[in-house]
Design a protein around this ligand. Structure first.
Ligand code: FCB
Length: 486
């Protein structure tokens, strides 16, 4: 079976674009790399980024940790999903992944050596509360405490995400996100983590990419838990939003002062032609991806056009739900990879678009990031926006010289950082930018075949080797710091 599309926009019925992964160990500090051409920022200068702008790198628990049943961890829906034949392109799973669970200190040193301000990571819910309901698992909590303390000790701000898709399987067994009871379980989980880590972390995001969990997990079924039911998918999206609102409220009631928010996968939806049909379709796709989440979060209701499109599949909404969802938040995290090109008849083909494509087949389109951020600012007046994920999968083998010359990725980061600078110039309240990803990892349904890391991972030895893009990003962040006098 060919790899199912994991990109958010790509999997929409009528689009042909993205959504939304052999050498000795070396750390960035010890790597004898000559510095490659630095990120040049052709359109953005250091002065464009405010002094408190946060530069970071991102990962998620299931994609890097491994140790799938170590120290009392329970199974997640991704552990179970990977066991189904044919759903992961290379037949792999997350049992070992990058072995991060057993290499925590080494990886923390690697992040420190990159010189970034922040590290965005997620907590594995079944590692800290194996069934999502019963007892908490102390060794799991201790792992994240070590992670957070270790970051702080190295001068790196911890950006915590509560739910990056790995729901405890035991909760799926009783209906998962389709069951409203999971909302209560999530709030308990958020409160438990906030009690333990809320006073230390720099930020907490409730969910990563609810669109992906709802649509890819429950409508197209190419992601865990692999359900294919449009009505359930819509209900899941509503439960995710309600749980977000309730968790934010509960964490604030506990006295958490760290900024609280949510992370969405977004892309500007561009009509492939100027025809009325393509324009109408692009408008609807924007509704499904962006307005379906942003409108309830900031305007108190679901968009009418998407509700009409859903018809009988529209979610059941309890009285008071919309007010719960609309609780004020401190930031929205934006995960951006590419634009969505929309043709009503599904005929548009990325290969014919004339733009460079990544190894995922996604168009390289930095302008879309500026458009998206400026549009969010204009339409929703969000307090703070972060780019919480941005990066590219490229085929980049280790060369004879033991290095990875990933000029394509370096260029991708360069042009997208410049696009953030342009958004800032146009007034978007940008707080930071995080590269996806710190290191190559388990890219969901694509398995280990797609590499997004700025650090290469040899899956046979788990050796980490910083790519040229890691060195370029490190040097860029250094120059930023020098420019701000830090
Ligand atoms: C996003 C996910 C992240 C990673 C990137 C490539 O949708 O949040 O885990 O897989 O795509």
């Amino acid at each position: 079976m060919s790899p199912p599309d994991s990109n958010p926009t790509a999997s929409m019925a009528s689009t042909s674009t993205p959504s939304s992964s052999p050498s000795p160990a070396a750390s960035p500090a010890s790597a004898p790399h000559a510095t490659p051409a630095a990120l040049a920022l052709p359109t953005a200068s250091a002065a464009d980024f405010p002094a408190d702008f946060v530069w970071g790198v991102a990962t998620s628990a299931f994609q890097i940790e491994g140790a799938a049943d170590a120290d009392g961890k329970g199974p997640s829906i991704w552990d179970s999903f990977c066991r189904q034949p044919g759903v992961i392109a290379d037949g792999s799973d997350g049992d070992v992944a990058c072995g991060h669970y057993d290499r925590l200190e080494q990886d923390l040193d690697m992040i420190r050596d990159l010189g970034v301000d922040a590290y965005r990571f997620s907590v594995s819910w079944p590692r800290v509360r194996p069934t999502g309901d019963g007892d908490w698992n102390e060794p799991g909590l201790v792992f994240y405490e070590r992670l957070v303390d270790g970051l702080i000790a190295r001068g790196i701000k911890p950006y915590l995400t509560l739910n990056h898709w790995d729901l405890p399987q035991a909760l799926q067994d009783v209906g998962g996100w389709g069951n409203r009871a999971t909302v209560e379980r999530f709030v308990e989980y958020a409160v438990g983590i906030a009690k333990r880590l809320g006073g230390k972390v720099a930020s907490i995001a409730t969910h990563n990419e609810p669109w992906v969990m709802a649509q890819l997990g429950h409508e197209t079924g190419v992601f865990a838990p692999g359900i294919k039911d449009r009505r359930i998918a819509a209900q899941v999206s509503h439960h995710l939003l309600v749980s977000h609102g309730l968790a934010v409220t509960a964490m604030r009631a506990l006295g958490v002062t760290a900024p609280l928010g949510i992370v969405l996968n977004l892309a500007p939806m561009v009509p492939a032609t100027d025809s009325a049909a393509d324009r109408a379709k692009a408008r609807l796709e924007d509704g499904k991806l962006r307005r379906w989440y942003m409108d309830p979060l900031f305007k108190g209701g679901y968009p009418r056009d998407v509700l009409d499109d859903l018809g009988h599949a529209a979610p059941y909404v309890e009285a008071g739900d919309m007010a719960l969802i609309q609780v004020p938040i401190d930031f929205v995290g934006v995960n951006y990879y590419s634009r969505g090109m929309i043709s009503a008849d599904g005929s548009w083909d990325a290969k014919a678009g004339g733009l460079e494509l990544t190894d995922m087949g996604w168009e390289v389109y930095p302008q879309g990031l500026t458009d998206l951020l400026v549009g969010l600012h204009r339409d929703y007046a969000v307090k703070r926006l972060y780019v919480t994920e941005n990066g590219g999968a490229f085929k980049d083998p280790i060369g004879a010289d033991g290095r990875v010359h990933d000029e394509d990725r370096t260029r991708y980061l360069d042009t997208h950082i410049a696009a953030v600078g342009e958004a800032l110039r146009q007034g978007a309240p940008m707080g930071g930018y995080m590269v996806w990803s710190l290191m190559d990892n388990f890219e969901w349904a694509s398995g280990y075949e797609k590499r997004f890391g700025i650090v290469h991972v040899d899956y046979a030895t788990l050796a980490r080797t910083p790519k040229d893009s890691a060195v370029a990003y490190r040097d860029f962040v250094r120059r930023q710091r020098a420019a701000r006098g830090g």
